[in-house]
Design a binder for this molecule. Sequence first.
Ligand code: ADP
Ligand code: MG
Ligand code: ZN
Length: 477
Amino acid sequence: MQFEPVIGLEVHAELQTRSKMFCGCEVVDNTVAEPNVAVCPICAGMPGTLPVVNARAVEYALRVALALGCEINYTSIFARKNYFYPDLPKGYQISQYETPLAVNGQLVIKTKAGERTIRVRRVHLEEDTGKLTHVNGGSLVDLNRAGVPLLEIVSEPDMHSVEEARAYAEGLHEILRYLEVNSGNMEKGVIRFEANVSVREAGTDQLNTRVEIKNLNSFRALERATEFEIARQAEVIATGGTIEQETLGWDDLKEQTYSQRSKEEAHDYRYFPEPDLPPLVVEKDWVEEIRAKLPELPRAMFQRFVMQYGLTEYSAGVLVAERAVAEYFESAVKSRKVSAKSVANWVVGDLFAVANQAGETVASSRVKPEALAELVEAVDGGVVNQTTGKEILIEMFKTGRSAGEIIEARGLKQVSDVDFISKIVAETLAENPKEVGSFKAGKTGVANFLFGQAMKKAAGKANPAVVKTELDRQLLL
Ligand code: ADP
Ligand code: MG
Ligand code: ZN
């Protein structure tokens, strides 16, 4: 039997507002901050305290929901999800259940086979939990993260390969960063994935028993865990077994899933409407205001770069992967009359290479967009050749000087003067009689060698096109 995987993803993304979801505590980077520096009676779950909704978190959530084309529920309901855990002092998590903030969106993903649309079932607001560290037979609790706004984005079970699951996860990651609601810094745990996986006979459309793999903290873990689980389930079914519904963890070192709890032990969260919070009402006007201010999203930008500037899909893809890079490219293009394709090639090629090597980013580099455009203009205009251009870029990156200054100071201006070049070519031919003889005897390939010699003689400053024309002319004399 041929198996087809069925995958649905639940993505948890922190909304990186200044303060927490229901209290005034600061949202701190909990990989850096001392434990329990951002805690108050509300997020510590003290009796008698009352939560207040963070409007900025709602705005961030709406940005995401709108970017995913969701329908907004103008009235949504907070609910209590009850369970006991040491990092959840209240004994319940405030979440949204029956009426989430938004439903029915979609994300278009890119795969080798082309674009595919994955439906988004719901987007809802909740709060993050604290963090436990297990040491010396005991556990330490850090509540810095407790109550940090968390967005849950749940897909329909529309993905049918590991590649699609990864593309979806990466697509969301990219959008969250474009919307400036999340740093995208996976190592800090600000985005976590849960994969729901089942398999079925290829070509059918039933939804079989699934497992849920919790807390996948990287694209790689998502990919490996999903891959592992698909193979395991296919094997179980192929050998006559049945898949049990269960919650699994992922062991990153052993690269295998392990059972956390079975269906019998499944939580009954006893959801009920949060009595301490009124229904969350978002005004239509506010929603429309947020919609109008959404930035151009990566897919639209990609298509525009290909259409408007004639970039290759490869270049456009590299540029839009990072909003700051896309903006860098476009501001370079707009700063001068230069070829957008050339600018794209320089950014994707040499500028990336130089920045990477120095451990910097394109956007933070000392080479500003206008300065890069000036260099591109000098190369495309024949003032310096490509090779010299690369050297100039390295110097621009190191010193922050402009291409014009460097060309001037180092006397790098390329010479197109025909008399000068003609003399160099004549000397080159005189010094290489044997090669000239071979050329005349029909071995036209030696022209390349002679070209190289002439360029060398001119110390790389001669305009190669003029050298070539002049060489061809003199060889045929
Ligand atoms: P819950 O986790 O609260 O039980 P659902 O059952 O509605 O919620 O689904 C959660 C996730 O599981 C969704 O992303 C959904 O797409 C996915 N899912 C549901 N059924 C299947 C299935 N048979 N195979 C794979 N994924 C599934
Ligand atoms: Mg679930
Ligand atoms: Zn607090």
